[in-house]
Design a protein around this ligand. Structure first.
Ligand SMILES: Cc1cc2nc3c(=O)[nH]c(=O)nc-3n(C[C@H](O)[C@H](O)[C@H](O)COP(=O)(O)OP(=O)(O)OC[C@H]3O[C@@H](n4cnc5c(N)ncnc54)[C@H](O)[C@@H]3O)c2cc1C
Length: 316
């Protein structure tokens, strides 16, 4: 399943293709992508350009706005006819909603969020977090077909390979029972600006005190970065919850992620490890965020933010 937002393919689509190619190496070889919704031709063509067997665009009046029941009703007969060994779904807000419903309709196991893959003698084992993320459980489905809800950023994105895939358009009349979609207004969930930001300046408890927020805001403005943060800062009310990155917040994939005074708890890194270049700024050289970082800065955060702001202003 390839997801798109505002007509643009999400990075999770290429990541799922990367996982699909690994799984194809162990058995089934045909890989198809399905997109659901309207105005997705550009996203479908982008997906087709990555090289797979076929891209299916499922369109219909009941599928214009996301609805779990409508998607599950539309996808179940299509997938049942295709008979896939694996159905890969991004574990984003939509995927974690419809994946279990889909698995019920297909009488398939449902695993997720899948964060890793172990190739064992007995076949593929999928690593899924348990006990609030404290452990990873290797799991193997017992059904012939399985729905895998895959954590964003867990697998490297596939590179384009082979010729572009043919695009098949399918019309679907499935409707969510008893629902009429009347429009759209901005909610309190993940902000679109953050989801699509190319640079993110994320603040953690290492910011120290609320007064340092203005410094971070000035730096974010100077860098043209979107301000975000860890959950404790949202719990403190220093940031709003639509700025929270992580398991219970937004999933971001910017080109640059500045992790400022963030320890690197897995509940946070789940939401940002797909970032292109990660800078960790933390006075503790043992902080786990340094392990994920492309560039580690061991420094006092407010002092470093001040120095970076001055450098940024000088360059501008
Ligand atoms: C079910 C569940 C879901 C969760 N979901 C999320 C989520 O979606 N997002 C999320 O972020 N968290 C989430 N959490 C919380 C998560 O487990 C961590 O507690 C949280 O991410 C820690 O935030 P932090 O790194 O800002 O704070 P801390 O862990 O307290 O780390 C602060 C860091 O700042 C550094 N520091 C301190 N002072 C300075 C200084 N002066 N200069 C430089 N560095 C300094 C410290 O060395 C430390 O590494 C969740 C937890 C649970 C149980």
């Amino acid at each position: 399943m390839a997801h798109a937002a505002q007509g643009a393919l999400l990075p999770s689509a290429a990541e799922l293709l990367g996982l699909a190619r690994r799984l194809a190496g162990q058995g089934p070889t045909a890989i198809k992508a399905i997109l659901v919704g309207q105005d997705l031709e550009a996203a479908a063509r982008e997906m087709a350009g990555l090289g797979l067997e076929e891209v299916v665009l499922l369109e219909g009046p009941g599928l214009n706005a996301y609805s779990g029941p409508a998607w599950a009703r539309a996808l179940t007969p299509l997938l049942a006819a295709l008979g896939p060994a694996w159905v890969l779904v991004p574990h984003d807000s939509q995927g974690q909603d419809y994946a279990p419903v889909l698995s019920l309709g297909l009488e398939a196991a449902c695993l997720g969020p899948v964060e890793g893959l172990e190739d064992t003698d007995g076949g593929a084992a999928f690593l899924c977090p348990g006990q609030g993320g404290k452990v990873l459980w290797p799991q193997r489905p017992l059904t012939p077909s399985a729905v895998l809800s895959v954590a964003p950023g867990a697998f490297p994105a596939a590179q384009a390979q082979g010729p572009a895939a043919p695009l098949t358009r399918l019309a679907c009349a499935a409707l969510a029972p008893g629902i009429r979609h009347l429009g759209e207004t901005e909610g309190h969930g993940q902000s679109r600006e953050l989801a699509q930001a190319q640079s993110v300046l994320a603040l953690g408890r290492g910011l120290g005190k609320r007064e340092n927020l203005a410094l971070a805001q000035d730096l974010a403005a100077c860098l043209g970065a979107c301000l975000a943060g860890s959950r404790p800062l949202c719990d403190l009310g220093w940031l709003s919850y639509d700025q929270q990155v992580g398991q219970t917040g937004a999933t971001v994939a910017p080109r640059l992620y500045l992790a400022c005074g963030i320890s690197g708890a897995r509940q946070h890194t789940l939401g940002m490890r797909g970032a292109g270049f990660i800078v960790a700024i933390n006075h503790d050289p043992q902080a786990p965020m340094h392990d994920l970082a492309d560039l580690s800065v061991v420094a006092d955060l407010p002092q470093f933010l001040q120095a970076l702001l001055e450098a940024c202003r000088a360059i501008k």
